[in-house]
Ligand binder design. Sequence first.
Ligand code: SF4
Length: 482
Amino acid sequence: MRVHSKYGDKSARNKARMKFLVAKLGIEEFARRVGEERAALPHDPRWDGFLDEALARADGPAHPPGRDPGPSPSPDFLAWRRTNVTPQKQPGYAVVAVTLPLGDLSASQLRALADVARRYVGDNVRLTSEQNLVLRWVRESDLGALYTDLCALGLGQPGAGTIVDITACPGTDTCRLGISSSRGLAAELRTRLLAQNLAFDEAVGGLSIKISGCFNSCGRHHVADLGFYGSSRTLGGHVAPHFMVVLGGTERGNAESFGLPLGSIPSKNIPDVVERITTRFRRERQNGESFQAFAARLGKKELKAMLDDLKELRDFEVSSEPYRDWGDARLFSLDDMMNTEGPGPPAVRRAQLELAAADRLAWQAQLELEAGAYEQVATTAYAAMLAGARALVHLEDGLIEHPDAIVERFRARFVETGLFAANGAGRFAHYLLSRHASPLAQPDAETAREEVHRAQLFLEAAHACYGRLAAASNHLQSAGVP
Ligand code: SF4
């Protein structure tokens, strides 16, 4: 923290990250400076005091080994054993994955599972990045009894580590940065894939699907065979949830390659994307090739062409279905995320959420730029700046929605008063004012790129302005000024 605070680039919010400093200095120099800082600090036992306790808890077998007594007559047990049990390298023991669909586990299941774990393996249970639980040191001779106990808790589902074992971040369920419903999509895909019994399919059974509700990647979509992250698109004034499709990433080799982004597709068409890709992989896979090799062989152009018709967003008047998210009967709206419950005054919370929504629009403009959709870039970049101005205006003036009114209040309250222009940000305000007065017509690649850059600079200035207002407000409050 000290190294970042001393040497990090704080001139732009999106550059104020540790990773940029590491990239600039190189890891050796970064580590040297961390060592330098640490040497200057008095030792604190919290730095390493936990290590003794952690080492004392190192796990091992709770029972002597016991050999697998042979196949059980139950086909359900055999199916579970096939996907959820891996022989441990110590003879007579196995590693058991407990499947948690969508990573969900109730409190009563968790308590009961603790009892089961103590009975079979002692008190060590591990969580996996696939959102399952793992028990190690299970005696092979206990597998049948353990399976029966897990089934009694509703935790005996097979399919761990297969295509039905989808990883999804919390998304719009609980994350205020979520754009589309990652968990809703994961539940829908799981239901469909289970119905096709694809967990045990030789070609596609081992594929991974991972879903994030936004580009922040908490669902690790970039290292999945089939990855998706949430975005949105507006048509005729209506917003529809979308997912960016990212194919062919891998966790192997320390995540040696990320997936290819293939464009944004309406959320309701994503099951068709999965169906189309898995069907083609099953049909055209050569000599047991991996999905990464298959995706590389087809190439980005061919993969994109396969999905082109699924990108189409139907007019709202033709069908409102694409404008609703999975598991939510209401019409989709980015404003749903503007929930003002939470810490801080509602106006402040709302401004923070609106700025976050403006950031998402700027990101979307960046994606459109990469996809060559320059006309759309102009619209989205303007929408991002307008959303940033709206956040500030709402902080001062309550809810104003019409673009003319937002821009007029923004000019009066923030530009003409100099509030926005501190630290030389005055020209960034001009980006919005001029674009509002005359929309960008027929941008080419260069002007579209410039437009995205301007929107990003404008939002940096909006965040800085918001920060100054919030700091001033805190200062007044702590001085007892109402
Ligand atoms: S990926 Fe986005 S929506 Fe999902 S948890 Fe992370 S920040 Fe939230």
